[in-house]
Design a protein around this ligand. Sequence first.
Ligand code: HEC
Ligand code: HEC
Ligand code: HEC
Ligand code: HEC
Ligand code: HEC
Length: 506
Amino acid sequence: MSKPIRFLVVGGALTLIAFLAALFLLPKPQGTGLTAGSDVPFYSMPWGDNPFAPGNLKTADGKMLDAKNIPTAEFCAQCHQKEYREWISSIHSVTGPDILYETAISNNELAHKNRLGTEKIRWCDSCHEPVNLLMGEINPLAVVGPSEATAEGTTCIVCHTAVQADPLAGNGGLTLDINNLNNYTEALIMAAPSEHAVSMQAKTHNPLMGSSDFCGACHTEIRPVEINGGEPMHLQNTYEEWKKSEYAEKNIQCQDCHIHPDPAAYISQLNESGQVPERIVSHRFVGVNYLLTDSNLPSNLVTYLRGGLPPGGIATDEWKADLLEQNRLIRDLLQAAATLSVSAPESVAPNSKATLDVTIANTGAGHNLPTGALDQRHMWLEVKVTDAAGNVIYHSGAFDAKTGKIDPNAVIYIKVLKDKNGDVINEHILFNAESYTYTRDPIPANSSDTIPYAFSAPANAQTPLTVETTLWYRLALQEFVTYSLKLDVIIPPVMMEQTSVEIQVK
Ligand code: HEC
Ligand code: HEC
Ligand code: HEC
Ligand code: HEC
Ligand code: HEC
């Protein structure tokens, strides 16, 4: 039985009237999608007839987007100010224009110049610039013009048209029902707001957006063989890490922590009460990017790093205040992620050796600590032993604030990527990675890692000794900032935890 007939039989006359009225009011579902070749000429497709390859993002009808029909965040903001204001200070609003991203894109494209470098960027854009990808902007020849929505990275319409997700395949593995928004005007929305809510995948209609599966589509990064190598290479596994954790068992989704208006408060409520707190929705998506939200940085650096001022009628000082609030929430989240404990002897004899055990417990992250783009994000331990006279007896993990360098012998958590010559890749050139190793395995959710330290107390050490232990987090390698961004700026670390104990000398 075809759909309209079943509708008639089941629904009766009243439904029919509503249905006919809706037919006049709502946009016709013929769609506005374009076909590569006939509608978008000169579009290069080296990997078969999927214009979005080699990533996994796609449209429900398989067609490309028409730039004219993509509602911007500013359009949505007319009626959803709260969501807009939150989103504009999030990192999702700049996944494309982010200068770190733009710079990394150029690095990768250049590394594979004349080897389909431009087309390969489509993989990166599946997660970072979904609108550009679906529109066909990433092409060796400029075949479509930019649209206003392309400056917005992961904009409203990207998430709010997702009807299917493949979190294990990742690489932007979402299907977007986005090609039937023709004439998506304010008047049409207000004439049928509940139809609008349905087409924006409201949770009462489609629970997908409220689940980790949805986030996993972009938070699972696997380099496909089309880019390089004979095997897919796993680069980010946040979804799988979560899936294996107790959080998944307890039905605590990514959203519960990250769309909470104050994720650190959510985590302490969870840890203290043992009860799962109620979900509250904020579009800030608090994470770790303390750099792109630090509007206290000198000479408008944050505006530069975010790729310019935000679009739309938001006053610059209000926006900067929003960013500072985001920055505070991020620092709180980093501090809610881990706990540190030190097991040390009560006393040590002069001129002899002492041992310590430092334990880092992942008590707040619903996935590994750290997670994400681990060739850049890093975490390390600093252990400093001082005697009562202030003499430093032992020091591991010092940070040099003048050069941005970390003690090469530090206990550090980072993923080391190497190219085919065995050289370390410091500037996020994922196209060239041949292998990787972890200096130390990231710590799974609710697990811990214990690190032994040893030092000698000198004959003249003044009692007591103070052992100060600090866990540091840093967003990116200094090499990336100095050589790729070409900025004369040192990225400071953020203190996650600090603890100190005393040891008597006797
Ligand atoms: C002209 C005003 C207007 C515009 C523009 C608008 N919306 Fe809405 N939106 C509404 C109204 C009114 C509702 C409430 C509908 C209902 O629940 O019956 C709504 C509901 C929603 C919902 C469901 C909320 C829920 O409670 O689950 C989502 C999601 C949504 N809109 C997203 C968007 C996005 C994304 C855009 C931009 C592409 C947008 N809206 C543009 C007025 C608007
Ligand atoms: C990264 C994906 C993402 C982006 C981008 C995004 N949203 Fe959402 N949105 C969500 C999620 C997740 C929820 C909560 C769903 C749930 O709890 O089931 C949500 C919920 C909503 C709701 C319902 C709010 C409520 O309190 O229940 C509205 C309205 C909405 N979004 C509008 C917008 C607008 C407007 C924008 C752009 C300014 C936007 N969204 C951008 C993922 C996104
Ligand atoms: C129990 C709360 C919780 C849950 C659930 C959770 N996270 Fe997190 N997330 C955190 C904390 C705490 C941090 C900061 C520490 C860190 O970087 O691991 C974080 C950091 C992140 C970061 C930044 C990582 C970095 O270090 O660069 C990303 C991206 C992220 N989470 C995504 C996700 C995704 C995707 C999911 C679901 C698959 C998820 N999170 C589930 C608490 C949570
Ligand atoms: C269309 C792809 C896409 C979807 C869907 C998506 N994200 Fe993201 N997300 C990204 C990208 C790309 C970044 C990193 C951008 C950057 O740093 O320039 C990011 C960054 C983040 C961060 C880190 C922000 C920071 O401060 O470092 C968090 C947390 C996060 N996302 C959580 C989520 C959650 C939770 C969901 C599901 C509700 C989700 N994301 C859905 C693409 C996506
Ligand atoms: C599967 C989706 C996905 C793909 C594909 C992807 N990224 Fe990302 N990227 C992310 C997410 C998510 C983050 C943030 C994770 C975190 O906070 O640790 C990120 C972070 C980054 C960052 C750090 C940005 C910052 O502000 O600190 C850079 C640079 C970057 N990606 C560049 C690239 C390049 C270049 C490519 C292609 C070679 C690429 N990405 C492919 C999802 C993706």
